[in-house]
Design a protein. Structure first.
Length: 360
């Protein structure tokens, strides 16, 4: 039988020198595996005389236990060392500020909707909503647009299909946010102060028109709300929205079936050097339609026109976004071009507020 001390020295040295768990496993197999050196020696015990077998068996068992213990200890040591190395490599200073990572951007239309909402919320307007597939009663009749009224044609309406033989007038894709006025008054009555931002649809498509676009409607009804209140509200809005100290608005007499009197509102601006500046210069830019809500509209919404009066306005959100952020083509708004979105988009965490700044 080989000298057990020599064997012991050989294996313990090998174990101490093993660099990883794979090397350790090789040593274990060489010594204690089924065909390992020590295992084979144990098998040879069977052919020995009983006394010699007892002595040699005990010695072999001791050696086996020693090697086994050394293997386990080395294995644990290697695991500890690996963990230490990982901990050292993955050390992290949790007190460092987070690194900003772009996770997409806020679309300019969403940004402007949030800005408009923040400004009017600050003036006490709540947000109202209505459906995009609208009945012709809310989209037209209740707004004093009779079936034969030319405004119905002007709106280039998309009609929803009805089942064949169904005599009811078809629903429409709402052509403006004005029907939300009716819904809000029906639901809440007067007094009321709401804005209604949302999608609208018209059959139109060029550099400044898309078949789907966005408007925001405004409505304020009380006992003595006048045109003067409308003017102040809109001036205040424009100052806040365009983030300029001075704005000048021009009210131009106009006509809408749902308001009387009606006014289109222009804002003073300059195009000097091809760049739009709001609040200075000698040009005027139309930004919205408005007026005093027609008594028939109040009545259609269940509000008594003998007791209540107020103003309404409607403006294009996409157009506001183009003006404020210098975006030349409306069609690009809805093409989902990632380069465009990265260029014109806003950081996801920057929520516009009146006190914190709208577009910083
Ligand atoms: N609904 C009109 C449009 O889409 C905009 C508008 C004009 C809304 C005057 C109003 C208003 O509330 O008073 O062209």
């Amino acid at each position: 039988m080989a000298d057990l001390n020599t064997l012991k020295g050989k294996y313990l040295a090998g174990i101490a020198a093993a660099a990883d768990e794979g090397a350790l496993e090789e040593i274990r197999l060489a010594a204690l595996g089924k065909k390992g050196e020590i295992s084979l020696m144990m098998r040879e015990l069977g052919g020995m005389a009983p006394e010699a077998r007892q002595a040699a068996g005990a010695q072999l068992n001791v050696l086996k236990d020693e090697i086994d213990a050394a293997l386990r200890a080395r294995k644990a040591g290697l695991a500890d060392a690996a963990l230490d190395a990982r901990l050292a490599a993955e050390w992290l200073d949790v007190t460092l500020p987070a690194r900003p990572r772009r996770v997409g951007t806020i679309h300019p239309v969403s940004q402007v909707m949030d800005e408009v909402t923040a400004i009017f919320a600050d003036m006490g307007f709540a947000v109202a909503e209505g459906p995009q597939v609208e009945s012709d009663f809310f989209n037209f009749d209740a707004l004093n647009i009779a079936p034969e009224h030319p405004a119905r044609q002007e709106h280039d309406t998309f009609f929803m299909a009805r089942a064949e033989g169904d005599p009811r007038p078809p629903h429409v894709l709402r052509t403006h946010t004005s029907p939300v006025q009716i819904r809000a008054m029906q639901a809440q009555g007067a007094p009321i102060r709401v804005i209604a931002p949302g999608r609208v649809y018209r059959m139109d498509m060029d550099q400044t028109h898309a078949p789907m676009f966005h408007q925001v409607e405004g409505l304020a009804i009380g006992r003595d709300i006048s045109m003067a209140n409308l003017k102040w509200t809109l001036e205040e809005f424009c100052r806040a929205f365009f983030e300029v100290a001075n704005v000048e608005l021009r009210f131009r007499a106009s006509h809408f079936p749902f308001t009387e009197p009606s006014a289109e509102v222009d804002i003073r601006c300059s195009w000097a050097g091809g760049q739009l500046k709001i609040g200075e210069g000698n040009d005027w830019l139309e930004i919205l339609g408005s007026g005093m809500v027609h008594p028939k509209v109040l009545a259609a919404a269940g509000v008594d026109p003998a007791e209540w009066q107020g103003f309404a306005f409607g403006m294009g959100i996409d157009r506001l976004a183009m003006l404020k952020y210098g975006i030349p083509d409306l069609r690009a708004f809805f093409e989902s071009d990632l380069r465009w979105l990265r260029h014109y988009g806003f950081a996801a965490g920057d929520v516009p507020t009146v006190h914190g700044g709208l577009s910083r």
